[in-house]
Design a protein around this ligand. Structure first.
Ligand SMILES: Cc1cc2nc3c(=O)[nH]c(=O)nc-3n(C[C@H](O)[C@H](O)[C@H](O)COP(=O)(O)O)c2cc1C
Length: 319
Protein backbone atom coordinates (compact mmCIF):
# COMPACT_ATOMS: atom_id res chain seq x y z
CA UNK A 1 0.00 0.00 0.00
CA UNK A 2 2.84 2.34 0.93
CA UNK A 3 4.35 2.16 -2.55
CA UNK A 4 1.02 2.97 -4.20
CA UNK A 5 0.36 5.92 -1.88
CA UNK A 6 3.86 7.23 -2.51
CA UNK A 7 3.64 6.87 -6.27
CA UNK A 8 0.29 8.62 -6.43
CA UNK A 9 1.22 11.11 -3.68
CA UNK A 10 -2.08 10.56 -1.84
CA UNK A 11 -3.03 9.89 1.78
CA UNK A 12 -5.65 7.13 1.49
CA UNK A 13 -5.74 4.14 -0.90
CA UNK A 14 -9.00 5.17 -2.59
CA UNK A 15 -9.30 6.23 -6.24
CA UNK A 16 -12.33 7.62 -8.02
CA UNK A 17 -12.23 6.06 -11.49
CA UNK A 18 -12.77 7.98 -14.72
CA UNK A 19 -16.43 8.53 -15.63
CA UNK A 20 -16.50 9.14 -19.36
CA UNK A 21 -18.07 12.37 -20.55
CA UNK A 22 -19.83 12.87 -17.23
CA UNK A 23 -16.57 13.29 -15.31
CA UNK A 24 -16.94 16.37 -13.18
CA UNK A 25 -14.35 18.67 -11.60
CA UNK A 26 -16.50 19.04 -8.46
CA UNK A 27 -16.32 15.30 -7.78
CA UNK A 28 -12.70 14.85 -8.90
CA UNK A 29 -11.48 17.72 -6.73
CA UNK A 30 -13.52 16.57 -3.71
CA UNK A 31 -11.93 13.12 -3.84
CA UNK A 32 -8.42 14.54 -4.12
CA UNK A 33 -9.10 17.09 -1.38
CA UNK A 34 -10.32 14.25 0.88
CA UNK A 35 -6.99 12.44 0.50
CA UNK A 36 -7.89 10.02 -2.32
CA UNK A 37 -7.18 10.35 -6.02
CA UNK A 38 -9.84 11.93 -8.24
CA UNK A 39 -9.80 11.16 -11.96
CA UNK A 40 -11.03 13.16 -14.93
CA UNK A 41 -12.27 10.68 -17.51
CA UNK A 42 -11.79 11.86 -21.10
CA UNK A 43 -14.61 9.71 -22.50
CA UNK A 44 -15.08 10.73 -26.12
CA UNK A 45 -14.37 14.40 -25.40
CA UNK A 46 -12.28 16.67 -27.61
CA UNK A 47 -8.97 17.80 -26.09
CA UNK A 48 -10.22 21.40 -25.80
CA UNK A 49 -13.13 20.24 -23.58
CA UNK A 50 -10.80 18.14 -21.42
CA UNK A 51 -8.49 21.16 -21.21
CA UNK A 52 -11.33 23.16 -19.62
CA UNK A 53 -12.09 20.35 -17.15
CA UNK A 54 -8.43 20.19 -16.13
CA UNK A 55 -8.30 23.94 -15.56
CA UNK A 56 -11.52 23.86 -13.56
CA UNK A 57 -10.24 20.99 -11.41
CA UNK A 58 -6.97 22.85 -10.81
CA UNK A 59 -9.01 25.85 -9.65
CA UNK A 60 -10.69 23.62 -7.06
CA UNK A 61 -7.70 21.68 -5.73
CA UNK A 62 -3.94 21.79 -5.65
CA UNK A 63 -3.82 18.09 -4.76
CA UNK A 64 -2.89 15.49 -7.40
CA UNK A 65 -5.59 14.10 -9.69
CA UNK A 66 -5.44 11.72 -12.64
CA UNK A 67 -6.54 11.76 -16.26
CA UNK A 68 -8.21 8.61 -17.64
CA UNK A 69 -7.83 8.01 -21.37
CA UNK A 70 -10.08 5.21 -22.69
CA UNK A 71 -7.96 4.31 -25.69
CA UNK A 72 -10.42 2.61 -28.02
CA UNK A 73 -13.19 5.05 -27.15
CA UNK A 74 -11.47 8.41 -27.66
CA UNK A 75 -10.20 9.31 -31.13
CA UNK A 76 -7.73 11.86 -29.71
CA UNK A 77 -5.77 9.65 -27.30
CA UNK A 78 -2.35 10.93 -28.39
CA UNK A 79 -3.39 14.60 -28.11
CA UNK A 80 -4.84 13.89 -24.67
CA UNK A 81 -1.49 12.48 -23.58
CA UNK A 82 0.16 15.68 -24.81
CA UNK A 83 -2.41 17.62 -22.81
CA UNK A 84 -1.54 15.64 -19.67
CA UNK A 85 2.15 16.45 -20.23
CA UNK A 86 1.41 20.11 -20.91
CA UNK A 87 -0.67 20.42 -17.70
CA UNK A 88 1.87 18.52 -15.62
CA UNK A 89 -0.73 15.90 -14.67
CA UNK A 90 1.15 13.43 -12.50
CA UNK A 91 -0.96 10.30 -13.11
CA UNK A 92 -2.58 8.96 -16.28
CA UNK A 93 -4.80 5.90 -16.33
CA UNK A 94 -5.15 4.05 -19.63
CA UNK A 95 -8.21 1.84 -20.17
CA UNK A 96 -10.40 0.25 -22.85
CA UNK A 97 -7.57 -0.71 -25.17
CA UNK A 98 -3.93 -1.77 -25.38
CA UNK A 99 -1.93 0.66 -23.18
CA UNK A 100 1.47 -0.81 -23.94
CA UNK A 101 2.59 1.39 -26.87
CA UNK A 102 1.89 4.55 -24.84
CA UNK A 103 3.37 3.69 -21.46
CA UNK A 104 7.00 4.62 -22.21
CA UNK A 105 5.96 7.91 -23.88
CA UNK A 106 4.21 9.03 -20.69
CA UNK A 107 6.84 7.67 -18.34
CA UNK A 108 9.61 9.53 -20.18
CA UNK A 109 7.80 12.71 -19.15
CA UNK A 110 7.72 11.63 -15.50
CA UNK A 111 4.04 10.62 -15.51
CA UNK A 112 2.93 7.69 -13.36
CA UNK A 113 0.97 5.27 -15.54
CA UNK A 114 -1.90 3.09 -14.33
CA UNK A 115 -3.22 0.46 -16.71
CA UNK A 116 -6.76 -0.84 -16.24
CA UNK A 117 -6.71 -4.59 -16.89
CA UNK A 118 -9.15 -7.49 -16.58
CA UNK A 119 -6.99 -10.59 -17.07
CA UNK A 120 -3.63 -11.94 -15.91
CA UNK A 121 -2.32 -11.85 -19.49
CA UNK A 122 -3.05 -8.16 -19.92
CA UNK A 123 -1.64 -7.43 -16.47
CA UNK A 124 1.72 -9.10 -17.10
CA UNK A 125 2.03 -7.42 -20.52
CA UNK A 126 1.30 -3.99 -19.04
CA UNK A 127 3.87 -4.60 -16.30
CA UNK A 128 6.45 -5.65 -18.92
CA UNK A 129 5.66 -2.48 -20.91
CA UNK A 130 6.52 -0.42 -17.81
CA UNK A 131 3.20 0.38 -16.13
CA UNK A 132 3.68 1.69 -12.59
CA UNK A 133 0.38 0.40 -11.23
CA UNK A 134 -2.43 -1.81 -12.39
CA UNK A 135 -6.14 -1.39 -11.81
CA UNK A 136 -7.65 -4.89 -11.82
CA UNK A 137 -11.28 -4.36 -12.75
CA UNK A 138 -13.85 -7.09 -12.26
CA UNK A 139 -16.97 -7.66 -14.26
CA UNK A 140 -19.27 -6.40 -11.50
CA UNK A 141 -18.06 -2.86 -12.18
CA UNK A 142 -20.07 -0.06 -13.77
CA UNK A 143 -19.62 0.97 -17.38
CA UNK A 144 -17.56 -0.69 -20.10
CA UNK A 145 -16.11 -3.99 -18.92
CA UNK A 146 -13.90 -6.63 -20.44
CA UNK A 147 -15.73 -9.36 -22.38
CA UNK A 148 -13.74 -11.98 -20.42
CA UNK A 149 -16.12 -11.36 -17.51
CA UNK A 150 -13.86 -12.20 -14.55
CA UNK A 151 -15.03 -11.08 -11.11
CA UNK A 152 -12.96 -8.89 -8.80
CA UNK A 153 -12.63 -11.60 -6.15
CA UNK A 154 -10.98 -14.01 -8.57
CA UNK A 155 -9.11 -11.47 -10.70
CA UNK A 156 -7.26 -9.51 -8.01
CA UNK A 157 -5.41 -12.38 -6.28
CA UNK A 158 -4.49 -14.01 -9.59
CA UNK A 159 -3.04 -10.77 -10.94
CA UNK A 160 -1.26 -10.09 -7.63
CA UNK A 161 0.33 -13.53 -7.87
CA UNK A 162 1.82 -12.77 -11.29
CA UNK A 163 3.04 -9.18 -11.03
CA UNK A 164 5.28 -7.25 -8.66
CA UNK A 165 3.88 -3.73 -9.16
CA UNK A 166 1.02 -2.45 -6.96
CA UNK A 167 -2.48 -3.59 -7.93
CA UNK A 168 -5.62 -1.56 -7.27
CA UNK A 169 -8.90 -3.49 -7.04
CA UNK A 170 -11.93 -2.12 -8.92
CA UNK A 171 -15.47 -3.41 -9.24
CA UNK A 172 -17.87 -4.18 -6.43
CA UNK A 173 -16.32 -2.03 -3.69
CA UNK A 174 -18.41 0.57 -1.90
CA UNK A 175 -17.43 0.58 1.77
CA UNK A 176 -14.73 -0.20 4.32
CA UNK A 177 -15.55 -3.92 4.30
CA UNK A 178 -14.85 -3.98 0.56
CA UNK A 179 -11.66 -1.98 1.06
CA UNK A 180 -10.45 -4.39 3.77
CA UNK A 181 -11.32 -7.40 1.60
CA UNK A 182 -9.46 -5.95 -1.39
CA UNK A 183 -6.37 -5.37 0.74
CA UNK A 184 -6.55 -8.97 1.97
CA UNK A 185 -6.70 -10.22 -1.62
CA UNK A 186 -3.36 -8.54 -2.17
CA UNK A 187 -4.48 -5.18 -3.57
CA UNK A 188 -2.77 -1.97 -2.48
CA UNK A 189 -5.97 0.05 -2.71
CA UNK A 190 -9.33 0.38 -4.44
CA UNK A 191 -10.88 2.25 -7.34
CA UNK A 192 -14.63 2.97 -7.17
CA UNK A 193 -17.18 4.39 -9.57
CA UNK A 194 -20.71 3.47 -8.51
CA UNK A 195 -20.24 4.51 -4.86
CA UNK A 196 -19.13 8.00 -5.92
CA UNK A 197 -22.33 8.54 -7.97
CA UNK A 198 -24.28 8.63 -4.71
CA UNK A 199 -22.32 11.43 -3.04
CA UNK A 200 -23.27 15.02 -2.41
CA UNK A 201 -20.62 16.42 -4.71
CA UNK A 202 -21.42 14.22 -7.73
CA UNK A 203 -23.31 16.55 -10.08
CA UNK A 204 -25.53 13.86 -11.55
CA UNK A 205 -29.29 13.93 -11.95
CA UNK A 206 -31.36 13.26 -8.81
CA UNK A 207 -33.03 10.30 -10.56
CA UNK A 208 -29.65 8.65 -11.21
CA UNK A 209 -28.68 9.00 -7.56
CA UNK A 210 -32.13 7.81 -6.44
CA UNK A 211 -31.92 4.74 -8.68
CA UNK A 212 -28.53 3.84 -7.14
CA UNK A 213 -29.98 4.31 -3.63
CA UNK A 214 -33.04 2.18 -4.45
CA UNK A 215 -31.08 -0.50 -6.33
CA UNK A 216 -30.94 -4.12 -5.19
CA UNK A 217 -28.29 -6.66 -6.13
CA UNK A 218 -30.40 -7.45 -9.21
CA UNK A 219 -30.78 -3.92 -10.55
CA UNK A 220 -28.05 -3.98 -13.20
CA UNK A 221 -27.93 -5.61 -16.62
CA UNK A 222 -25.14 -6.21 -19.10
CA UNK A 223 -25.47 -4.76 -22.57
CA UNK A 224 -23.34 -5.44 -25.63
CA UNK A 225 -22.40 -9.12 -25.34
CA UNK A 226 -23.26 -9.79 -29.02
CA UNK A 227 -21.07 -6.82 -30.00
CA UNK A 228 -17.93 -7.46 -27.94
CA UNK A 229 -18.35 -4.22 -26.01
CA UNK A 230 -19.78 -5.16 -22.67
CA UNK A 231 -21.30 -2.47 -20.45
CA UNK A 232 -22.99 -2.72 -17.05
CA UNK A 233 -25.90 -0.32 -16.54
CA UNK A 234 -28.95 0.12 -14.32
CA UNK A 235 -32.20 -1.46 -15.45
CA UNK A 236 -34.39 1.22 -17.02
CA UNK A 237 -36.77 1.84 -19.90
CA UNK A 238 -34.01 2.51 -22.44
CA UNK A 239 -31.49 -0.09 -21.29
CA UNK A 240 -34.02 -2.92 -21.04
CA UNK A 241 -35.49 -2.14 -24.47
CA UNK A 242 -31.97 -2.10 -25.93
CA UNK A 243 -31.14 -5.44 -24.31
CA UNK A 244 -34.12 -6.97 -26.08
CA UNK A 245 -33.15 -5.73 -29.54
CA UNK A 246 -29.34 -5.53 -29.37
CA UNK A 247 -28.72 -8.85 -31.13
CA UNK A 248 -30.63 -7.59 -34.16
CA UNK A 249 -28.35 -4.52 -34.44
CA UNK A 250 -25.01 -4.45 -36.24
CA UNK A 251 -21.94 -3.34 -34.23
CA UNK A 252 -22.07 0.20 -35.57
CA UNK A 253 -25.74 0.67 -34.70
CA UNK A 254 -25.20 -0.84 -31.23
CA UNK A 255 -22.38 1.62 -30.54
CA UNK A 256 -24.54 4.50 -31.73
CA UNK A 257 -27.19 3.40 -29.24
CA UNK A 258 -24.67 3.32 -26.37
CA UNK A 259 -22.75 6.49 -27.17
CA UNK A 260 -21.76 9.16 -24.68
CA UNK A 261 -24.84 11.08 -25.89
CA UNK A 262 -27.18 8.49 -24.33
CA UNK A 263 -24.85 8.26 -21.31
CA UNK A 264 -25.18 12.00 -20.70
CA UNK A 265 -28.96 11.90 -21.21
CA UNK A 266 -29.24 9.24 -18.51
CA UNK A 267 -26.65 10.45 -16.02
CA UNK A 268 -26.97 14.22 -16.28
CA UNK A 269 -30.50 14.78 -17.58
CA UNK A 270 -32.07 11.85 -15.71
CA UNK A 271 -33.74 10.72 -18.95
CA UNK A 272 -34.26 7.04 -18.39
CA UNK A 273 -36.34 6.64 -21.57
CA UNK A 274 -33.74 7.87 -24.05
CA UNK A 275 -30.53 7.29 -22.14
CA UNK A 276 -28.76 4.85 -19.80
CA UNK A 277 -27.06 5.06 -16.42
CA UNK A 278 -23.84 3.14 -15.74
CA UNK A 279 -23.80 1.22 -12.48
CA UNK A 280 -22.05 -1.69 -10.84
CA UNK A 281 -23.65 -4.60 -9.00
CA UNK A 282 -22.61 -3.06 -5.69
CA UNK A 283 -25.33 -0.38 -6.10
CA UNK A 284 -27.55 -2.69 -4.03
CA UNK A 285 -25.38 -1.96 -0.99
CA UNK A 286 -25.53 1.81 -1.30
CA UNK A 287 -28.26 3.54 0.71
CA UNK A 288 -26.96 6.94 1.67
CA UNK A 289 -25.69 10.13 0.08
CA UNK A 290 -22.64 11.23 2.07
CA UNK A 291 -20.12 13.90 1.24
CA UNK A 292 -16.98 12.49 -0.36
CA UNK A 293 -14.98 13.46 2.72
CA UNK A 294 -17.33 11.58 5.09
CA UNK A 295 -17.40 8.57 2.75
CA UNK A 296 -13.62 8.25 2.63
CA UNK A 297 -13.31 8.82 6.38
CA UNK A 298 -15.92 6.17 7.17
CA UNK A 299 -14.39 3.67 4.72
CA UNK A 300 -11.00 4.06 6.37
CA UNK A 301 -12.49 3.68 9.87
CA UNK A 302 -14.51 0.58 8.95
CA UNK A 303 -11.53 -1.04 7.21
CA UNK A 304 -9.30 -0.39 10.25
CA UNK A 305 -11.91 -1.78 12.68
CA UNK A 306 -12.74 -4.83 10.58
CA UNK A 307 -9.14 -5.80 9.91
CA UNK A 308 -8.39 -5.49 13.61
CA UNK A 309 -11.50 -7.47 14.63
CA UNK A 310 -10.86 -10.29 12.17
CA UNK A 311 -7.19 -10.48 13.14
CA UNK A 312 -8.25 -10.96 16.76
CA UNK A 313 -10.88 -13.54 15.79
CA UNK A 314 -8.50 -15.60 13.72
CA UNK A 315 -5.70 -15.36 16.31
CA UNK A 316 -8.10 -16.73 18.93
CA UNK A 317 -8.71 -19.92 16.94
CA UNK A 318 -6.77 -22.85 18.26
CA UNK A 319 -4.54 -24.72 15.83
C1 LIG B 1 -20.68 6.74 -14.75
C2 LIG B 1 -19.45 5.90 -14.93
C3 LIG B 1 -18.65 6.10 -16.05
C4 LIG B 1 -17.47 5.36 -16.22
N1 LIG B 1 -16.63 5.64 -17.28
C5 LIG B 1 -15.41 5.09 -17.31
C6 LIG B 1 -14.43 5.53 -18.26
O1 LIG B 1 -14.68 6.45 -19.05
N2 LIG B 1 -13.19 4.95 -18.24
C7 LIG B 1 -12.88 3.95 -17.37
O2 LIG B 1 -11.75 3.44 -17.40
N3 LIG B 1 -13.78 3.51 -16.45
C8 LIG B 1 -15.01 4.07 -16.40
N4 LIG B 1 -15.91 3.67 -15.43
C9 LIG B 1 -15.48 2.66 -14.44
C10 LIG B 1 -14.93 3.32 -13.17
O3 LIG B 1 -13.83 4.13 -13.43
C11 LIG B 1 -14.55 2.28 -12.11
O4 LIG B 1 -13.39 1.55 -12.47
C12 LIG B 1 -15.68 1.31 -11.83
O5 LIG B 1 -16.89 2.01 -11.70
C13 LIG B 1 -15.38 0.50 -10.57
O6 LIG B 1 -16.42 -0.40 -10.28
P1 LIG B 1 -17.70 -0.03 -9.36
O7 LIG B 1 -18.64 0.69 -10.24
O8 LIG B 1 -18.23 -1.35 -8.92
O9 LIG B 1 -17.21 0.81 -8.24
C14 LIG B 1 -17.12 4.37 -15.26
C15 LIG B 1 -17.96 4.16 -14.15
C16 LIG B 1 -19.10 4.92 -13.98
C17 LIG B 1 -19.95 4.70 -12.75
Amino acid sequence: MKEMLKRLNIKYPIIQGGMGNVSAPSLVASVSEAGGLGTIGCGTMEPKVVDRLILETKDRTDKPFALNIPLSVNAHSKELMDLAIQHDIKVVSLSAGNPNPYISILKEKGITVMAVVASVGHATKAEAAGADLLVAEGFEAAGINSPVELTTFTLVPQICKHVSIPVVAAGGIADGYGLAAALMLGASGVQMGTRFIATEEAPYHALYKEKVLQATELSTIVLGRPHGQVRRVLKGVYSEKLLQVESSLDDKAYREHTSEHQHQLGAVKGDDTNGFMNSGQIAGLIDDLPTVKDLIKSMMNTARQQLDKKRKEISALTE
